[in-house]
Write a protein that binds this ligand. Structure first.
Ligand code: PRP
Length: 224
């Protein structure tokens, strides 16, 4: 194995955030030949710039970063909060904007949130959901699903869901209605605590470059 101290290892999530993250990093010169979430190659290096990319399942990015297998990573705030991992958040990247909410079948909508007390909720985010319902003094049964959460109430697995909404299409197409907002989320740049000390100059430089690129993009959008 290569001496990882020489390299900056970056964990990128497969799926929706991959190309947005890879494109942003490329603008700052951080890229590698063959970098793709479709590739079966899991570690892709740029030897000249001493950068290694890890492409992992979205939910695993905080784990790689917490244990220092990756120095930095890109991950949605929703997944980061749910993971409870001990990492530093360096930058809000602004993209991947969505919100976490509770939704129920329109046809069976109850009058108040507390009318769902002691019912079942299907979710990929049981920790965040539990904090939310605890705050409202509600005790729920959490059913952990790994995808297509909206299916839960449709097939009678649960009375409700806690999930992310981006465009609202999935809710609409499945006759579900949002009844409670939980939190907003965007993609974040995260760093391992030890790497941040040991590789401070490199990581700080990258963070500042990304910050500048994002600011210029914001300004261009505002002026358009
Ligand atoms: C997410 C989420 C919703 C959908 C929301 O699923 O779980 O199902 O996106 O997006 P929309 O508001 O634009 O319709 P994802 O596509 O990540 O797949 P998953 O069902 O496998 O979790």
């Amino acid at each position: 194995m290569k001496n990882t101290m020489d390299y900056l290892t970056i964990a990128l999530p497969k799926g929706k955030l991959f190309s947005l993250s890879a494109d942003l990093l490329a603008k700052a010169g951080y890229t590698a030949e063959g970098l793709s979430d479709k590739s079966r190659k899991l570690v892709i290096a740029n030897e000249e710039k001493k950068i290694r990319f890890i492409v992992s399942k979205t939910a695993d990015v905080p784990t790689y970063v917490e244990y220092g297998a990756a120095d930095i990573g890109v991950i949605g705030k929703d997944v980061l909060l749910e993971s409870g991992k001990d990492v530093y958040e360096l930058l809000d990247l602004g993209f991947g904007r969505c919100h976490l909410m509770m939704a129920v079948p329109k046809a069976e909508k109850r009058a108040k949130l507390v009318d769902y007390d002691h019912t079942r909720v299907a979710t990929k985010f049981p920790h965040i959901a539990e904090q939310f319902f605890n705050k409202h003094g509600m005790q729920m049964e959490y059913i952990k699903l790994n995808g297509s959460i909206e299916l839960g109430p449709i097939v009678g697995l649960s009375e409700s869901i806690v999930d992310i909404v981006e465009t609202g299409t999935t809710l609409r197409e499945n006759d579900l209605e949002e009844i409670a907002y939980i939190l907003d989320a965007t993609a974040r740049l995260i760093v391992n605590r030890v790497s941040f000390k040991l590789k401070f100059d490199r990581i700080n430089q990258l963070t500042e470059e990304l910050r500048k690129i994002l600011e210029l993009e914001q300004q261009a959008k505002a002026g358009a």
